[in-house]
Design a protein around this ligand. Structure first.
Ligand code: AMP
Ligand code: MG
Length: 405
């Protein structure tokens, strides 16, 4: 059985191989719609940044040679952000300057207002100035034409600001991969209906669609499949028309767990059908007709955890981007832990910060079907496969929930 790292690597390797043989198509979109998209073009500085020597403090532009502590300099003018610096700083004078304004000719330092005493038009310097202080010289952040975001960069809020700064208000991005979601199970009914006494509503179709969207894909939710070979085969074939297929349920060892068999009959090649994790152990990954296919165990928390570990990198790669590392954080245990060894655990847990320390505690839960518990967690506490005993206060890793932490 593979460890979760080995299983992740297998996904990354196989999906990378698939993306190499079928390059993604691109589309042009408005920057305002671009959050989470992956750019298919370079974004370069359209001019030097900053475009002029910029003051980064409110204060006085001076010649450093004139501005020793105790110097008293007449203020001969004022420059605010946006002004052309027509006035120059002559010897033993200063010019009032605001944050974001261009440095006037002659000046080589800015003394922040907090380090001066203003008496009418005379400015007393309280701390000796050094050449260049509180100035970002023209081009220091980026030279004209410099690459700011390469092809395959993902646009988060900071990258969107960079694109806006250089005027890239329309962008060429990779098309989102269409990800088919196929839940299975005779007991599963649509969330819009009232279930019979022994039926359950389809929560996985919704959580999977949310996870696909968050990872950068476009969810395509299919109608739940019955636990029969015929229905599974027809719906899997439908799902394989999209860029990728995710199934939930039907991958365990039960008599009606037929997903793997049907995929095999359809010619799937499998890279793993179990991973040493709990929840999520019976996760299946293969390629069928050139499309990545995942069979995730149907228990809702197993589905979620397996998606985060194995499906996210596949969606990221199909989105044109890179497989980003898992968002592991370090925290101190709020309570001792006793878990069986042999499988790595991902326990629903709550991470809090108090007095500068990150503290994590596992939540009480009834196992991988306990949706009420998982809705209270903001992370999954990672318990390594080879060690299950941890004392209170010990340092552990937690996997952040990408949607709320
Ligand atoms: P399975 O992996 O098919 O054996 O299902 C494991 C458990 O998850 C069973 O209790 C199922 O009823 C439940 N389950 C399966 N599919 C879903 C779904 N789409 N939504 C919510 N629960 C599900
Ligand atoms: Mg089932």
């Amino acid at each position: 059985m593979l460890t979760f790292e080995e299983a992740r690597q297998a996904v990354i390797r196989e999906v990378t191989r698939l993306t190499k043989s079928a390059p993604r198509t691109t589309e042009s979109i408005a920057l305002s719609e671009a959050l989470g998209r992956v750019v298919a073009q370079e974004i370069r500085a359209d001019r030097a940044y900053p475009p002029f020597d910029r003051s980064v403090r409110d204060g006085f532009a001076v010649r450093a040679v004139d501005a020793d502590a105790g110097a008293k300099l007449p203020c001969i003018g004022e420059l605010k952000a946006g002004d052309e610096p027509k006035i120059s700083v002559e010897a033993r004078t200063c010019v009032q300057i605001m944050t974001g304004a261009a440095l006037p000719p002659g000046a080589d330092a800015v003394v922040m207002i907090e380090q001066t005493r203003v008496k009418g038009a005379t400015i007393e310097i309280l701390r000796t100035a050094a050449i260049g202080q509180h100035i970002v010289p023209r081009g220091r952040e980026a030279a004209e034409g410099e690459l700011l975001l390469g092809v395959r960069s993902r646009l988060g809020f900071a990258e969107i600001a960079v694109a806006a700064q250089v005027g890239a208000v329309r962008l060429q991005v990779f098309r989102k991969p269409r990800v088919a979601i196929l839940s299975t199970g005779d007991e599963v009914v649509s969330a819009e209906t009232t279930p019979g006494d022994f039926q359950i509503r389809n929560s996985n179709a919704f959580s999977l669609a949310a996870q696909v969207a968050l990872a950068g894909g476009e969810p395509v939710v299919l109608i739940n499949a019955k636990d029969t070979e015929g229905d599974l085969r027809a719906k899997i074939a439908q799902g394989l028309k999209e860029d990728m297929l995710i199934l939930s349920g039907g991958v365990s060892a039960g008599k009606y767990d037929l997903v793997e068999k049907v995929l095999r009959d359809l010619g799937a090649e499998f890279f793993f059908d179990a991973v040493a994790i709990r929840p999520g152990k019976p996760t299946v990954f293969g390629v069928c007709g050139g499309k990545p296919v995942f069979g995730l165990p149907g228990n809702p928390i197993s589905t979620m955890v397996a998606f985060e570990l194995f499906v996210v990198p596949a969606v990221q790669l199909l989105s044109g981007g890179e497989a980003r590392p898992l968002a592991f954080l370090e925290a101190h245990l709020g309570e001792a832990l006793h878990e069986k060894t042999g499988l790595a655990h991902f326990l629903p847990a709550r991470l809090e910060w108090a007095d500068g320390v990150a503290k994590v505690s596992a939540l009480k839960w009834q196992g991988s079907g306990d949706l009420a518990a998982v809705a209270k967690c903001n992370c999954f506490l990672f318990v390594p496969q080879e060690r299950g005993e941890f004392a209170i206060g010990q340092s552990v890793s937690v996997l952040a929930r990408r949607d709320i932490l």
